[in-house]
Design a protein around this ligand. Sequence first.
Ligand SMILES: [Zn+2]
Length: 318
Amino acid sequence: MRVLQRVCLPLLAVACAGFLLSLVGCSNGPPDFKEPPVRVVCTTTMIADMVKGVGGERVSVETLMAPGVDPHRYQPEPKDRKRIENAHLVFFNGLHLEGKMTDTFEKSRGRIRGHAVTDAIDHSLLRAADVDGGEHDPHVWFDVQLWMKCVGLVRDKLSDLDPAGSELYQRNAETYLKELEALDKEIRVELAKVPPERRVLVTSHDAFGYFGRAYGFKVMGLQGVSTASETGIKDVAELARELGTTKIPAMFTETSVPDEGLKAVLDICQRDYKHAVKLVGGDEALYSDALGGPGSSGETYVGMIRHNVAVIVRELSK
Ligand SMILES: [Zn+2]
């Protein structure tokens, strides 16, 4: 028996070590990139639109959060971890937008090439906000010029991984940036049609802070910067009082956030202030934290911004 132990125990130890080594080997770093397509996973549809624009035919893009999905409340599915670990590159927004994905990214640490696109933005340009443990407002895509800064990061990370495609990424990035530059100019002209006293944007949650800062609107959200925060009766009453006393004509539903809170505000406005504020929704709801589905006006980032601006101008300049 003792002889058997002397022979078997060392063998068992070697076998165990081999098994452990094989585990380490399996999980050692992100997958190698050999040839296109570069497999990219993005968290939000806005980022996916940018990566598709820059990457063109050399990338295949998978998006974790479908059109219309709220990123603050998004609970990762078990398969998401596998998806990000199989990708050559992972792009996320950062600034705690994907609040409930932190754990997933943490567990995949060392096994993914993950980049927050907002790392491209100098912190002095960010709005301060208390959001799910973060200090900055994550909704940077609503200032087109700020969002443009993220394009260079996507171009550089793709080029680093796939140098053979760098010329294409450079060209595509320039085209995408030109499109966004034209968009920024176009919406400034459109938004100028709203009279100064009507430049108030009321929405379900505070997604439009950067929009307000960039294009000259006062912004009021029923919820805070994250939809994960609860709406209180006091918040509803305060917003109703503001609308009722200033006679702001409209409030805007968001495609990725339920509108019960705004409906409660509307009821109080009518009952206590005899103010018939319009709740703009349905096909005219604003795209806030996600693009729209295929065939919708908000299917692309440019489409999202154009749709929002057209609705805001129409409703507030009446
Ligand atoms: Zn948001």
